[in-house]
Design a protein around this ligand. Structure first.
Ligand code: CTP
Length: 417
């Protein structure tokens, strides 16, 4: 029985949504809605500049709570300390160049800066600003400082900015930021274990063109690779996602490089892998391509109504090339491959996996049996992560986000401590 005097215990995660003074402040209203609807107790703390873009009435009405940018309101409740102490997560979206600088300096000149100083929970910052400001050495240094302290600073998305310019600096989509927040809260770990690391993930399926309208492709949807990229960003990594023919929204915090063919993918992956700490080849890369691609659509009349055979040649094996480059560079890069296999009476899926791991020379091979509604195009997967050191970790059937977390846990076990 509940008495009226009993304190009401709110079991929902307590999230502080900090809003910086940039034009993308209006998008934080959508983030607030998504976080609230997915069961979070959200308090909005805008900066003074943010209130010039979206007023306190909007934040207050949407959150159902009083809203202030100042430390001088409701002083008896000591909000400048209490909010940060109570928070399970602080997410700042958009984080402006000014806010990143103030956070890196440890200033306490408004309520949000105080929250950032008192919070001991995970802190996620989603920057949004013009490309020049994002690329300025001051901002780069402030981001590096914050990341070194364990703050998860998501890379901004690339695209249309205010006015006519485009480039890196867009706020990632609110849904992608909300997803990252849920994942960070679900992991319940304050320390982002991939912080400071650069990760390259390939995703999707390559297309090898026969002519401008026809191609040889495969059924990969890219869902597993996108899930890997999203989880890595939520675990603090800088993520480059090399994406082949995927129609999914960009994960928050990942820099997406779009490619089409196996050769495009090879060039993009090898460039991104230069100096990267971890490379995960989740893409389904074509093993064969047409020897030649017709410049014009092949018409029925061109071939007298009866097409000849398409002559194929091998593509380069990107995973094998990564492994041999690592050996010649003497680097400690961690390389992860994927293998979608089917077994047969003579050889099991795992036996094929072990043989492939040895052949490819990577550190981990994520093996899954295709079929039974798993693998390609499906929401779920069921994998065994085989290690070159003989380890084997089975992940039972689960959503691709859960599989991604399990893969990063296996990668984490290989990182130097
Ligand atoms: N891979 C690659 N380059 C290729 C083909 C595959 O980097 N040209 C990578 C995939 O991204 C995956 C791993 O190699 O991480 C295994 O892919 P898979 O197609 O299973 O391996 P193959 O060597 O092509 O073996 P199989 O003959 O069984 O197809």
């Amino acid at each position: 029985m509940t008495h009226r005097d009993d304190p009401v215990v709110d079991a929902r995660p307590f999230v502080v949504l900090g809003v910086g003074g940039g034009i993308a402040a209006y998008k934080a209203a959508e983030l607030l809605r998504l976080l609230s609807e997915s069961g979070h107790d959200v308090t909005v703390v805008p900066t003074r500049a943010a209130l010039k873009f979206v007023g306190a009435a909007t934040w207050s009405a949407l959150s159902g709570k009083p809203v202030s940018a100042e430390v001088w309101d409701d002083v008896h409740e000591v909000p400048h300390v209490r909010l940060g102490q109570r928070a399970d997560l602080v997410v700042v979206a958009p984080a402006t160049a000014d806010l990143l600088a103030r956070a890196a300096q440890g200033l306490a000149d408004d309520l949000l800066a105080n929250v950032l100083l008192t919070a001991r929970c995970p802190v996620v910052m989603a920057p949004a600003m013009h490309t020049e400001m994002w690329e300025h050495p001051s901002t780069r240094a402030n981001v590096a400082t914050l990341r070194a302290r364990g703050v998860i600073v998501l890379d901004p998305a690339v695209g249309r900015l205010t006015g006519a310019d485009t480039g890196p600096g867009r706020l990632p989509e609110p849904a992608a930021i909300a997803q990252a927040c849920s994942e960070i809260l679900a992991r319940g770990v304050a320390e982002p274990d991939l912080a400071g690391l650069t990760v390259v993930v390939s995703a999707g399926g390559t297309r090898e063109h026969v002519d401008p309208v026809r191609f040889l492709g495969n059924r990969s949807s890219g869902k597993q690779g996108y899930a890997l990229a999203a989880s890595a960003a939520a675990r603090g990594a800088r993520v480059v996602l090399v994406s082949a023919n995927v129609s999914l929204p960009d994960p928050a915090g990942a820099t997406v490089v779009r490619v089409t063919s196996a050769e495009h993918m090879r060039v993009a992956v090898l460039a991104a892998a230069e100096g990267a700490d971890i490379v995960v080849m989740a893409a389904a890369v074509a093993d064969f391509r047409p020897v030649s691609t017709a410049a014009h659509k092949i018409k029925k009349d061109d071939v007298d109504g009866v097409p000849g055979p398409i002559e194929l040649e091998r593509t380069a094996d990107i995973l094998a090339e990564l492994v041999s480059r690592r050996a010649s560079a003497g680097s400690r890069q961690i390389i992860v491959g994927f293998a979608a296999e089917t077994g047969d009476p003579a050889t099991s899926v795992l036996e094929y996996g072990r043989a492939k791991l040895a052949r490819k020379g990577c550190d981990l091979l994520v093996v899954n049996e295709v079929g039974d509604g798993l693998g390609f195009e499906s929401e779920d997967n069921e994998v065994v992560v085989l290690g070159a050191n003989g380890s084997s970790s089975a992940v039972p059937r689960a959503g691709k986000r859960v599989i991604a977390e399990a893969v990063w846990d296996c990668v984490g076990a290989l990182l130097p401590r």
